[in-house]
Ligand binder design. Sequence first.
Ligand SMILES: NC(=O)c1ccc[n+]([C@@H]2O[C@H](COP(=O)([O-])OP(=O)(O)OC[C@H]3O[C@@H](n4cnc5c(N)ncnc54)[C@H](O)[C@@H]3O)[C@@H](O)[C@H]2O)c1
Length: 324
Amino acid sequence: MRCLVTGVAGFIGSHLAESLVAQGHTVIGVDAFIPYYPRTIKEQNLSELRQNPNFSFQELDLRTAPLQPLLDGIEVVFHEAATPGLLLSWQDFELYETCNILTTQRLLEACRQTKGQVTNSSNSSPKVILASTSSIYGADVTGPETTKAQPVSPYGITKLAGEHLALAYYHNFGIPVSILRYFSVYGPRQRPDMGYYRFIEAIAKDKVITVFGDGKQTRTNTYVTDIVRATILAARPADRPADEQFQVGEAFNIGGRDEINVLEVLQLLEELIGKKARIEWAASRPGEQSRTVANITKAQQMLGWEPRVGIKEGLAAQIAWQLG
Ligand SMILES: NC(=O)c1ccc[n+]([C@@H]2O[C@H](COP(=O)([O-])OP(=O)(O)OC[C@H]3O[C@@H](n4cnc5c(N)ncnc54)[C@H](O)[C@@H]3O)[C@@H](O)[C@H]2O)c1
């Protein structure tokens, strides 16, 4: 299939595009190199892809660029572009509002325009797979997708708005959308602002690690290849005909299988790296979730997806990449 991957220079987008081209699909990737973290890291993420003849890249900002030309012949749009992270979302709301809400609306609107074009004989729109987040739920996340969304950070609020836009375009104009709520993703190329990246860096370089709250806040972290597999399954489930769009208009939790708290992670990292962590304690941060446990029953049943990589194996791979 011919795919558009937005945010392709990012952590998840680059892995997703690599997997798509490896499966023989054609990928057009776009990214604006938003300086949330350094461009050099994102260029590095893209370096292998740029060698692949089935991959082409356009540097453009989804907030302003004309988007309809990008959709020419595209069957699936994987919308990974966003400004992630909780902390900055309290300080620069406009960045989150525009990169997370406006970009989503502009893409969906471009799909609608494409669908309505007289030259579009099939009268179809590309399928849109929207990367969302467990942060839409709020402080504690343990339930299924029907759990009330009560985000506690501006980031979560903008991602939830993106979900609502996608569903509005689905219900009003028949744009086929599926929403994937990723739960804390880790693995090679993890963003440098994320917990595991910072912990590994600190332990390796004998720097102090600040643990917020009591360190007992838990996550079911998801290894990046598991995220990629779920994302591609949502576009075209392996065992279902391509035109059977049963998963359209639905949201899915996509999370790993091991629930683990911060102190347990640090212990595991100490073991894997072979050094002790230096810990200092601080009060918990506003908007921080205390428990996120992915209920993935719906993804198991409707997408036929299972997480495969356990936390120890996944952390070892991230360490090998980061310190290798
Ligand atoms: N990493 C996680 O743990 C996690 C968890 C839940 C959800 N998500 C979601 O997954 C997606 C990917 O996250 P990530 O961790 O890879 O982040 P990332 O920051 O590494 O990648 C996002 C990319 O989008 C690009 N981008 C942002 N705004 C853009 C714009 N206006 N035009 C073009 N490009 C733009 C950025 O430059 C960046 O390269 C995001 O939608 C995020 O909300 C991530």
